[in-house]
Ligand binder design. Sequence first.
Ligand code: GLU
Length: 367
Amino acid sequence: MPHFAPSTCPRLIVKIGSALLVAADGSVRRDWLAGIAADIAARCREGQQVAVVSSGAIALGARRLKLPKGGRASLEDAQAAAATGQIALSQVWAEVLGAEGLTAAQMLVTLNDLEDRRRYLNASATLDRLLGLGVVPVINENDSVATTEIRFGDNDRLAARVGQAAGAGGVLLLSDVDGLYDADPNSRADAKLLERVEAIDERILSFAGASSGSGMGSGGMRSKLEAARIATCAGIALVIANGRTERPLAGDRGTLFTAQAGASPRKAWLAGRLTVRGHVTVDAGAAKALRSGSSLLAAGATGLEGRFERGDVIDILHEGKAVGRGLSEYDAADAARILGTKSDAQADILGYAPRAALVHRDHFVLI
Ligand code: GLU
């Protein structure tokens, strides 16, 4: 990776996919893990702080419980497999890091822990303290309690959110793919690896097939690109690289997604939120005003969809495309009643003093 900023940033998140941790027969790839632990230890000695986002709980647990389809036949199976596999996973990490003189700490988080601002700040403070103490946090989704609607489901986006919470400068997604290709490298000999991506646009998104190549984890290129969007919008560089190499942390092949000029941490957190409860469509004038930093007034809103409460995150769309995302000042029912109206008419419609905007600019971020 010629421009691999994450290798030099003070704080790095390394995400390790299931296919790297667990062999096809379901056993732990201990030698490989010992190698990565040695790499992490070398980084720590150089003063870099490293946190690991580790997959593999479901794949490991499925083997122990002899569950079909790698433990992913049903949610109940996946949750039982995760509970069984996680304890083994943390033990392995504690051992391989311990052999390098490092202390491991386990953090299991759910989607809501990072979507709710207070809980997010709490997780963020814990990560900060652990890293400051020289400990290596090993993080996974708390799959055994998370339910379908409220889970990440893939550790790529989790790693990007953890990167934000930890104030990391880089996120490295290690899996069994080299990076992002401009065509499917399995079927096209002329497929080219993209080394550097400055903006995740329609063209870049079109290069992603949907599913996980190994069939063992749940992420695929799609979730990796989504992770790249979350990370780069938060001012964090993200690299997708192949972990099936000798020294993956020092690797020289992969795709670098460069960090965007940082939004404030709070706005980046908002942009990276995964739970969006609805959307409001706006006219051209409102879209323009939002882009130049104004709040969204109800007068410029033309329609809405979804069931949201005051304070929920909603997307703002113009002509079918997302303009941005923000916290709604109203619940969906009241927002619907004042669509297209001017401020001075709203008190009569609502029966109470209206708020300054439908979405205030302090709680809005362009995407
Ligand atoms: N959290 C899942 C596990 O530990 C992995 C999710 C993923 O495949 O990205 O098994």
